[in-house]
Design a binder for this molecule. Structure first.
Ligand code: NAD
Length: 487
């Protein structure tokens, strides 16, 4: 299988190569096969991308929001037309089952272009402020050159979720995908050009943790939006602070999902499974600490075990497959080491816990795993695993579970399953997180703001809220009378 792009980078409307850059091998996670060879951006490539963005941005910002929106909506249409092709590429890039990528990856990217393309005319309005005989008005102005840095779990979605709001606000973007998943973003850049985006406004350069700082520290960059881990977030935010750049941080989590004994138990199990095993557990907002009220523990665990053992693990290109491999060998090693810690620290292994033996080849597979009797102090309950490992913890009452759910440095998301309407809202109100779900889990349509609190980050993606993070207000005070100076 091959997925070699024309060249490693996409700058100023065309593919660009610089073989001086370190080689990045793109591996298909289901087999370990090299499917593409690319090069990390050299400093010259970084300069070229930022210069192209800087040059193109003023003219783009001068266009009407409707004209900009029209291009984004066209890009959304092209993405939908090519959904199968883009989804197959996403599956090659990440190893995620085609069953998922076909409904969740290019389509959510297209939603983003469609949403921001559509709200442009109204969403970017300023305001008029009456001040007696004087008045003021505000206008929303772009920031300039924005940098997006992506994680490997949703490469196409991340490329669009950052690109769409940045572009609609009149910015230019330089996007660096994760070194693990370099392929998808190049296609997004190609599609934007095909949709009519002027050259230089959406550039993609490859690279790793040594390339990122070249972008973050660059004097011509106004904003950095990172999707990644908390340690990377701390480094990027610190570097951006050196020149007071705007930042959005979409970081990791260890989110609580609370199941009360009055919940629809099968829905709660379905929510917990989606919130732990979708994308082979590589989702930032996953509800990896599943708190189950003690009276329903046995029923919950027995049904969960049966449903988990029924999941189809295998070839991600097979439409029946529900669990694909982890993105990389290293990620599998990391997940396996957490599973070992869970066993050593005394959690009860309900199911999984190993590498599936019926999947042949060199793929980075891990069985969907459930631990019960997990306590708050165990490593698997405290640290983000980023793999298909669900921790089930017992609880007795509401006040206790809220305190325990909040006992983490993370604050990305959380969920509650209950049939008590007031309790659902009361609990959601008290959980410390950016996004909460009641009686469902992990749904993130473009209409709703998404982002974290506490160490899970700041800033919001999607919804009208994202516009505030890719633009700033300019205020104009208009004096209508004579200036009365006391001197
Ligand atoms: P990572 O932090 O290792 O890398 C993220 C990106 O940052 C990569 O592109 C990497 O090359 C780059 N990078 C690394 N060091 C850098 C530096 N010093 N300066 C600039 N760039 C640097 O994360 P990952 O392993 O790719 O992704 C998994 C993590 O991402 C998990 O913690 C997950 O929770 C998080 N995530 C968060 C969200 C969200 O929306 N909150 C979404 C997806 C993933």
């Amino acid at each position: 299988m091959k997925a070699q792009p024309i060249a490693s980078h996409f700058i100023d409307g065309e593919y660009v190569e610089d073989t001086e850059g370190t080689v990045i091998e793109s591996l298909y996670p289901a087999t370990g096969e090299v499917i593409a060879r690319l090069h990390a951006a050299t400093p010259a490539i970084v300069e070229r991308a930022i210069a192209a963005a800087k040059r193109a941005q003023p003219e783009w910002a001068a266009m009407s929001p409707t004209a900009r929106g029209r291009i984004l909506k066209r890009a959304a249409d092209i993405m939908r037309e090519r959904n199968r092709e883009l989804s197959e590429l996403e599956t090659l890039d990440t190893g995620k089952p085609i069953q998922e990528t076909i409904v969740a990856d290019p389509t959510s990217g297209a939603d983003s272009f469609e949403f921001f393309g559509g709200i442009a005319a109204a969403g970017l309005n300023g305001s008029y402020i009456p001040l007696g005989q004087d008045f003021a008005y505000t206008k929303r102005v772009p920031l300039g050159v924005c940098v997006g840095i992506g994680a490997w779990n949703y490469p196409q979605q991340i490329a669009c979720w950052k690109g769409a709001p940045a572009l609609i606000c009149g910015n230019a973007m330089v996007f660096k995908p994760s070194e693990n998943t370099p392929l998808g973003a190049l296609k997004i850049a190609e599609i934007l050009i095909e949709a009519g985006l002027p050259k230089g406004l959406y550039n993609v350069i490859q690279g790793d943790r040594t390339t990122g700082p070249l972008l973050v520290n660059h004097r011509d960059v106004a904003k950095v939006s990172l999707t990644g881990s908390v340690p990377t977030g701390r480094k990027v935010a610190a570097a951006a602070a050196g020149s007071l750049k705007h930042v959005t941080m979409e970081l990791g989590g260890k989110s609580p999902l609370i199941v009360f004994d009055d919940a629809d138990i099968d829905s709660a199990i379905g929510g917990a499974m989606l919130g732990n095993f979708y994308s082979t557990g590589q989702v930032c907002s996953n509800g990896t600490r599943v708190f189950v009220q003690r009276s329903i523990k046995e029923t919950f665990l027995s049904r969960l075990k049966a449903r988990t053992e029924n999941m189809v693990i295998g070839d991600p290109m097979d439409e029946a497959t529900q669990i694909g491999p982890m993105v990389s060998f290293d990620q599998r090693q990391k997940v396996m080491s957490y599973i070992e810690k869970g066993k050593v620290e005394g959690a009860t292994l309900v199911t999984g816990g190993g590498i599936p033996n019926h999947v042949t080849g060199e793929g980075y597979y891990v069985q969907p795993t459930v631990f019960a009797d997990v306590t708050d102090d165990m490593t698997i309950a405290r640290e983000e695993i980023f793999g298909p490992v669900m921790c089930v913890l017992d609880f007795d009452d509401e006040a206790e579970v809220i305190a325990r759910a909040n006992g983490t440095e993370f604050g990305l998301s959380g969920g509650v399953f209950t049939s008590d309407l007031t309790r659902g809202h009361r609990v959601a109100d008290q959980l410390e997180a950016g996004t909460l779900w009641i009686n469902t889990y992990n749904l993130c349509p473009v209409e709703i703001p998404f982002g974290g609190s506490k160490q899970s980050g700041f800033g919001r993606e999607n919804s009208l809220a994202a516009l505030e993070h890719y633009s700033e207000l300019k205020t104009v005070y208009v004096g209508m009378g004579k200036v009365e100076a006391p001197y």
